[in-house]
Design a protein around this ligand. Sequence first.
Ligand code: IPE
Ligand code: IPE
Ligand code: MG
Length: 250
Amino acid sequence: MTRSDKVDTAPGETSGASTDTPRHVAIIMDGNGRWAARRGLPRAAGHKAGAEAVRKTLRAAVEAGIDTLTLYAFSSENWRRSDEEVSDLKGLMRYYLEREIDELAREGVKLEFIGDPSAFGPDLWNRLQAAAARTEENDRLRLVVALNYGSRAEVAAAAQRLAEEVKAGTRDPASIDEAALGEAMQSAHLPALDLIIRTSGEQRLSNFLLWQAAYAELLFVDTLWPDFDGAALDDALEVFRGRQRRFGGR
Ligand code: IPE
Ligand code: IPE
Ligand code: MG
């Protein structure tokens, strides 16, 4: 039996040693505040520079032929930041969306969200939904922005969904297995996660895609997010290609 047909993966999961370009890459874009502090600038300047890094990285992801790029832009714990910083981040999202939506549409990017962005208020939420609707037919790259996202909340919501089906009598509790829980999650339609990159030297997941990370490759780089760019993404993809994925096989 060859390596690839022996590997037992969850439905939809990439099987075998993946030395190719990853299909689904997720990035924890960290280090904006430190980037700004090193320059004696306010944190908002770091977030603004971070938005530029998103532009460059996205372009490189399209070039590299990545299918899905998921970006952690605001965690469900980021509400612990000052009102001023949250408001700056919202303003920046709105600005970025207005400025970039034409190009995203032109480049064939399909914009989606995970988390609960409705918490940002109706103005931003309506704009986000309109941008998603406008790019719905695109299929060159799927850009998933995690906004007010928490992985534990995503898993808990999936459990609740299944429990409701059991209560309604439409589901047998014995049918609740890994696949059923995975399918009940908000991100169920996304391809299996291949690679998580975190910038800024921190080595943790901070409640990001915990379930999906089960067999993802993890890459922690010291670069602060505003300094990340297409070349940095290409370097990360090269590291990924050098990894040997086993999925528990040998
Ligand atoms: C990441 O940069 C952006 C968000 C979490 C919104 P940070 O703002 O966390 O930057 P550091 O970690 O303080 O440097
Ligand atoms: C994770 O970064 C969230 C995002 C990048 C949006 P944080 O800066 O919030 O994570 P911690 O607090 O250092 O774990
Ligand atoms: Mg941080």
